[in-house]
Ligand binder design. Sequence first.
Ligand SMILES: Nc1ncnc2c1ncn2[C@@H]1O[C@H](COP(=O)(O)OP(=O)(O)O)[C@@H](O)[C@H]1O
Ligand SMILES: [Mg+2]
Length: 221
Amino acid sequence: MIRTEGLCKSYSHYSRHEVRALYDVHVTISKNSFVVLNGPSGSGKTTLLNIIGTLDRPTAGKVFLYGEEITTFSDIALARLRREKIGFIFQDFHLIPRLTSWENVSYPLIPSGIGFRERFERAKFLLEKMELGDRLDHTPEELSGGQQQRVAIARALINNPGIIIADEPTSNIDEDTSTRVLELLTELKSRGVTILVTTHDFHFEKIADVVYKMKNGRIEC
Ligand SMILES: Nc1ncnc2c1ncn2[C@@H]1O[C@H](COP(=O)(O)OP(=O)(O)O)[C@@H](O)[C@H]1O
Ligand SMILES: [Mg+2]
């Protein structure tokens, strides 16, 4: 489902030394597995997730998603793949400030030309599932962190992605919502979704199929 070969990533700055964030990373993640990636801050977790999730490109190496080498795709092809096949959940939610909950959730449907009524119904369905049926018309600033993260999860699910990538999804939310996020991810796995999550929360590690540890840009085990 997800495979990387010899992935390297360097960040270079004009006046400073280059930072090597990933060294020769090989991972294989089978379909429908729940994979946790942990490791200290700065070890390269976000960089790896962003490259696997097509938000960033490697300096060297290859990424295969759904059996295809995506490293050669154009930016437009990657944007489409990302929108249709991958759901993202970020640590700081990444909601669009002036849009309401349902507008945020249905936003990824706009490029597919889906009409207003269907967009609204699909967003409403997911927000009700997230117990936010009474917050459809609220903007992010009117919601708590835990509620914003549930809106972000609904948005990640709107295109029924086969892969969910979550970067420290519970570090900015309360414990009850964290438990709910874990339940939701577990439920998605039971429906066949492949899950890749970075977290320091041991509850996630307990239910993971695989735990990878990163250190200094490498996978340790
Ligand atoms: N956009 C960037 N420009 C320069 N250096 C970066 C950038 N993003 C990350 N880095 C560096 O790459 C390394 C890995 O960062 P990151 O992937 O964010 O680690 P983690 O998510 O494990 O905390 C760090 O040394 C970080 O400073
Ligand atoms: Mg990170």
